[in-house]
Design a protein around this ligand. Structure first.
Ligand code: S3P
Length: 445
């Protein structure tokens, strides 16, 4: 898959109002998991609303190389053919994960308990990201790895059918690490457990139960969550409806909040409580966001989001909230730049190992747009002037889709247009972003 370089898109909407009723593409986390669990369930799983972003397409391509066919009947309408737990076959080529950390870490777990070797690589951003956080627990299960220094890609997973169950306490709040261990536990005899001191998104657990696995959640004596999976379940193909991605909806929400006179509805957005930290924080800042018609589908909560432009004030965002909004700090920082007063965000160390060093990118790009920021350790403070920032910069995105979309949103309401160096990476998670935003009244050129 070759990435289309989209040169320097820019926004200079000067706050023209956003109006309309739209839906954002399917949830990225749920889409990856639907394909993976479909590939190890017995029979044909049908998926509606699958995110057709490049990250998810990399997962589908990798599974196809391991014998799990998938295909598309229409937009977002997919099927995947599974042969049961433990039935993936040795890929005859390198697994190219593109820009996608979720594909890499979850698939490393899934293949680890198979008796074959597979080779993983990815683009320049992914090859910088730490994989030792996954190889460490999987090594305890008896799996071997060969990697570049620091556990970086390219790496080889030397899988084994003799994996041992573990009880693993997560040293970082990471749903990807949790999921890698649980997926390895599928083809492992006995009980594989993960202890989570800080709750992270639980889509893997919800979907494992949906496909028929025996999975239990409890708490230990210190109140940490324990998730236990019984190995060798008979997973059966199940239909999956993928809700709209709350992380993608956050960009549209922020644009509507910042452009005076906006009122929009975003239909069918996932609101798993482990993903809604951005919405809670925006409401604390004074945002008029309503969750209408909340309902549950396939174990996941969904809603229609109604957003009206709002005056915002600075707030304090505690470190404990980070796992519930880890992908939303770039766009929250943009909101903070327009708010009146200081917004302090604590506990941001994980932002350093995302698609880019997001902490550094947020700070330097905000400064380039005339916003005062302070950074100390893993705390970022953004000084909002209660008025639109200067803007007027062309900012780098460092192969990071969320930095790209955040600064296009900045340009929608800043005093001067903002350009980004490359819009191509937006397609990893939000294909159609530019057309969707322009359809609501923005001017991205
Ligand atoms: C994801 C987990 C998060 C998140 C990523 C998707 C997932 O990563 O940032 O975009 O689908 O499990 P970490 O587990 O590294 O926090």
């Amino acid at each position: 898959m070759t990435k289309k370089h989209i040169p320097q898109p820019r926004t200079g909407g000067k706050g023209s109002p956003l109006k309309g009723k739209i839906a954002v593409p399917g949830d990225k986390s749920i889409s990856h998991r639907a394909l993976m669990l479909g590939a190890v369930a017995l029979g044909r799983t049908r998926i509606r609303g699958l995110l057709e972003g490049e990250d998810v397409l990399h997962t589908a391509a990798a599974l196809r190389l391991m014998g799990a066919e998938s295909g598309r009947d229409g937009k977002g309408d997919w099927w995947v053919e599974g042969s049961g737990v433990g039935a993936l076959t040795e890929p005859e080529d390198v697994l190219d994960m593109g820009n996608s950390g979720t594909s890499t870490r979850l698939l490393m777990g899934l293949v680890a308990s198979h008796g074959f070797t597979s080779f993983f690589t990815g683009d320049g951003s992914l090859r910088k990201r730490p994989m030792a956080r996954v190889t460490e627990p999987l090594s305890r299960m008896g799996v071997n790895f060969l990697s570049r220094a620091g556990g970086r890609l390219p790496l080889a997973v030397i899988g084994t059918r003799e994996t041992m169950p573990v009880t693993y306490r997560l040293p970082v709040a990471s749903a990807q690490v949790k999921s890698a261990v649980l997926l390895a536990g599928l083809n492992t005899q006995g009980l594989t457990s993960v202890i989570e001191p800080h709750a992270t998104r639980d889509h893997t657990e919800i979907m494992l139960a949906h496909f028929g696995a025996e999975i239990k959640t409890g708490t230990d004596e210190n109140g940490a969550k324990i998730i236990s999976l019984r190995g060798y379940p008979e997973l059966r193909a199940r239909p999956v409806d993928v809700p709209g991605d709350p992380s993608s909806a956050a960009f549209v929400t922020a644009a509507a909040l910042l452009c005076a006179g906006s009122e929009i509805t975003i239909k069918n957005v996932g609101i798993n409580p482990n993903r809604t930290g951005f919405y809670d924080t925006a409401k604390e800042m004074g945002a008029d966001i309503r969750f209408e018609n909340p309902r549950i589908h396939g174990g996941e909560k969904i809603t229609d989001l109604v957003v009206t432009s709002s005056e915002l004030k600075g707030v304090h965002v505690p470190a404990a909230r980070a796992p519930r909004m880890i992908d939303e700090y770039p766009i929250l920082a943009v909101l903070a730049a327009f708010a009146s007063g200081k917004t302090v965000m604590e506990g941001l160390s994980e932002l350093r190992v995302k698609e880019s060093d997001r902490l550094a990118m947020i700070a330097s790009n905000l400064q380039a747009c005339g916003v005062k920021v302070e950074m100390e350790g893993d705390t970022l403070a953004v000084h909002g002037a209660g008025a639109p920032p200067e803007g007027g910069a062309t900012v780098p995105t460092s192969m990071d889709h969320r930095i790209a979309m955040s600064f296009l949103v900045m340009g929608m309401a800043a005093r001067n247009p903002v350009a980004i160096d490359d819009g191509g990476f937006i397609n990893t998670s939000f294909p159609g972003f530019v057309d969707l935003m322009n359809g609501l009244g923005c001017r991205i050129t």
